[in-house]
Design a protein around this ligand. Structure first.
Ligand code: MRU
Length: 365
């Protein structure tokens, strides 16, 4: 994807040394675009758990490189299992993280120790390329939904898409999931405007989605998390598209906290509610999302404090809640399949149910 005309991916191996791993520090966006150099397993684990790097597909790809870095220190089978377990535990809800680690293990367990480092870098690179290709395909399939919505508009009037959190290229290796159709529409000169939920407590919408869309030139408006229902009641949302960290085989969808409320409002206002995902986000073992998906609980300070930029340009973190009040921070919620209009995958769109998913992915179901 492009930042002011220059092409980037969200993770890459430094071409100067051929082994260290580069990511954007997402904790510093939108205020500054800092590139981090990761050289150890522990740096990778820290970057994932502190959300310097985030978004389900991207943390899978970065964790895959984390295993490659770990193998540079110790390429034994015992270390491999231990390092994989440690990286997989950094964030509990994202299926892509465990999927990428499992795929690496399957490849590496049968590889002689002396060849493991090279094999790990190759496999991690393949995971990245596949993610980018899958997301590009999601963009093309989702584009048709936006084109369909455009048929109900007068010439030049934009299609209004509401999205929650950040499921753009920063959350994947490239293109994004929910934002991929939006980029595809914009790049085809189809007028599109995005309502960006701010996404408290960490503000991924206000900080990351708005930054991404702005640097690609996509018209957008940041709204408080609670504004979406009102906008839907006043016909200002044509469709909702969100990403996801985990989809059950029955089509239940876990995504950033607050997504469920948007789905309820969309249902009440007959606004189509679509979810973009690569098949690597599906946990085929799970049936009941509300019961079975593990929801990450994050620290209270994400609720009690906010970071922003002062007029002099310095960053500051301030407390926004009273001393002594308790706070809770469940990071994801589950939208039941009955509230999901459909799923946009790399193989096309389908109903959010077992038949729909199994129809598109008979080889995985
Ligand atoms: O906690 P985060 O910022 O990692 O949560 C990310 C999301 O909720 C995204 O919507 C999801 O990972 C989809 S990524 C394409």
């Amino acid at each position: 994807m492009k930042i002011d005309g220059a092409s980037y991916r969200s993770v890459w191996v430094d071409p100067r040394d051929g082994w260290s791993v580069r990511i954007f520090d997402q904790a510093r966006l939108p205020w500054s675009l800092d590139i981090l150099r990761l050289t150890t397993r522990d740096q990778v684990a820290h970057a994932i758990s502190t959300m310097q790097v985030r978004g389900a597909p991207l943390i899978g790809a970065v964790a895959a490189y984390g295993l490659a870095l770990a193998l540079r220190t110790d390429n034994s089978s015992d270390a491999l299992e231990h390092d994989a377990e440690l990286l997989a535990r950094t964030r509990p809800t994202a299926v892509n993280l465990r999927w990428a680690i499992e795929r690496m293990l399957t490849r590496l367990r049968n590889t002689p120790a002396a060849e493991r480092v090279r094999t790990a870098y190759d496999e991690a690179a393949r995971i990245c390329d596949e993610d980018a290709a899958q997301n590009a395909a999601i963009g093309q399939h989702g584009l048709r939904l936006i084109e369909q919505a455009a048929l109900n508009k007068t010439a030049g009037e934009p299609v209004n898409v509401l999205t929650h959190c950040n499921a753009g290229w920063l959350a994947t290796v490239d293109w994004g999931t929910a934002l991929a159709p939006i980029y595809a529409a914009h790049d085809k000169a189809l007028p599109v405007h995005v309502w960006v939920d701010e996404t408290r407590p960490r503000n991924q919408g206000a900080a990351l989605t708005a930054w991404e869309l702005g640097h690609h030139g996509v018209p957008h408006t940041i709204i408080p998390d609670n504004a979406g229902g009102h906008l839907m009641q006043h016909n200002q949302v044509d469709l909702v598209i969100v990403g996801t960290d985990c989809v059950t085989r029955t089509g239940d969808v876990a995504n950033k906290i607050g997504t469920y409320l948007k789905a309820l409002a969309a249902h009440d206002n007959t606004v189509p509610f679509w979810v973009g995902l690569p098949s690597t986000t599906i946990d085929w073992r799970l049936r009941d999302g509300v019961r079975d998906i593990e929801i990450e609980q994050r620290g209270a300070e994400e609720v009690t404090h906010m970071t922003g930029r002062l007029p002099d340009g310095a960053l500051a973190t301030v407390q926004v809640t009273p001393d002594g009040s308790a706070s809770a921070n469940p990071a994801f919620d589950v939208t039941p399949a009955r509230l999901v209009t459909g799923l946009i995958t790399e193989r096309g769109c389908c109903n959010a149910n077992e038949a729909g998913l199994a129809g598109l992915f008979p080889d995985l179901a």
